[in-house]
Design a protein around this ligand. Structure first.
Ligand code: COA
Length: 333
């Protein structure tokens, strides 16, 4: 309970996603760096990723996903009260990408801000907006995970450039009627002792890009892949178990698990540890690679629209990212 007197049920009323048209395959990458489709696919499960067009920004992708989510929810942009964009690749350091989205979709009545929690951002946004709606502060929220990671990748570093892609996913949360679905339980966590494992070192106030370091690729993602892998499996398993338990469910009650789409081996390890059969785990990273905050949001929309679950089913979302951060949510659809 919120402790404020009100505690509305909150449902997801609509989802949407958008990916850019341009496809970059593993074969295309093998022409640029010393890699192969075989290496990338067997280590990660990725076949291809989408790359934003010149002049296509994170906000444009976010707005495209948002419009679809609003349409499915039957909500006019002018009625949106809160917009949260989760991104690590904002259009500008300030103002927030959510402000550009507000302007682009015409959500003039909304409060809009960004959160930075890397790949966990969409579920951080879900928890924050769920609480704000449950408390009665807002009636609805538009949450979006959107990334243009192609602008923050060192295209000469084969250990990272093969992993990431661009795209956006969105969901509309609102007060639910008793017979509707519900966000049952949420969990999030952070371990700031591990900031060094995955970061973009330059471009912030600690290390501005200057004429003398401009060639050093400091605004590109840097990662210690093996260490990240280990933490990802443990934290995602724990977070998923926590929300399943808090929601009063057992693993066999879960119709669909939608994990962060970073690496198929991480996903398989989590499914195994949760004792959820592979056919109940939604995967689309073969098509998009790791799109950070957008990944679980795009997957939720594709799972929703492809009928991977139906009304009344229980689903679990679980994510992990730089920070290190992690989060999970259990929903009744
Ligand atoms: N193509 C070919 N060879 C590559 C390569 C590529 N794209 N990238 C790395 N290699 C090479 C390495 O140089 C290394 O060669 P060496 O043995 O001669 O030194 C070898 O492959 C093994 O590299 P390693 O880093 O040990 O591979 P790995 O099995 O750990 O797989 C990742 C690398 C990145 C796929 C894996 O660690 C991973 O997915 N980690 C988690 C990353 C993640 O999910 N990040 C996002 C979290 S939100």
């Amino acid at each position: 309970m919120s402790g404020t007197g009100t505690d509305y049920q909150v449902c997801i009323a609509g989802t949407g996603s958008y990916v850019p048209e341009t496809i970059l395959t593993n074969e295309d990458l093998a022409k640029r760096v010393d890699t192969s489709d075989e290496w990338i696919f067997t280590r990660t499960g990725i076949r291809e990723r989408r790359i934003a067009a010149e002049g296509e920004y994170t906000s444009h992708m976010a707005s495209a996903a948002a419009r679809k989510a609003l349409e499915q929810a039957g909500l006019e942009a002018s009625d949106v009260q809160l917009i949260i964009v989760a991104t690590i690749t904002p259009d500008t350091l300030t103002p927030a990408t959510a402000c550009y989205v507000q302007q682009q979709i015409g959500a003039t009545a909304a409060v809009a801000f960004d959160i930075s929690a890397a790949c966990s951002g969409f579920l951080y946004a879900m928890k924050i907006s769920k609480r704000l709606i449950a408390d009665g502060a807002f009636e609805n929220a538009l949450i979006i995970g959107a990334e243009k990671l192609s602008a923050f990748v060192n295209w000469e570093d084969r250990t990272t450039c093969v992993l990431f892609g661009d795209g956006a996913g969105a969901a509309v949360l609102r007060r639910a009627a008793p017979e509707e679905g519900s966000v049952l339980a949420t969990e999030m966590g952070t371990d700031g002792r591990l900031t060094h494992l995955l970061n973009i070192p330059g471009g912030g106030s600690a290390c501005p890009i200057t004429a003398s370091n401009v060639g050093d690729n400091l605004s590109a993602l840097a990662m210690q892949g093996k260490e990240v892998f280990k933490h990802a499996v443990n934290r995602m398993k724990e977070a998923a178990e926590t929300v399943i338990q808090r929601a009063g469910l057992e693993a066999e009650d879960i119709a669909c698990v939608i994990p962060h789409q970073a690496n198929l081996r991480i996903i398989d390890a989590i499914a195994d540890r949760l004792s959820v059969p592979n056919d109940r785990v939604f995967i689309n990273l073969d098509k998009y690679g790791n799109t950070s905050a957008a990944a679980v949001a795009i997957a939720l929309d594709e799972a929703n629209r492809s009928g991977a679950f139906k009304r009344g089913d229980h689903i679990v979302l679980v994510v992990f990212g730089a920070g290190l951060t992690w989060a999970a949510a259990a929903l009744r659809w």
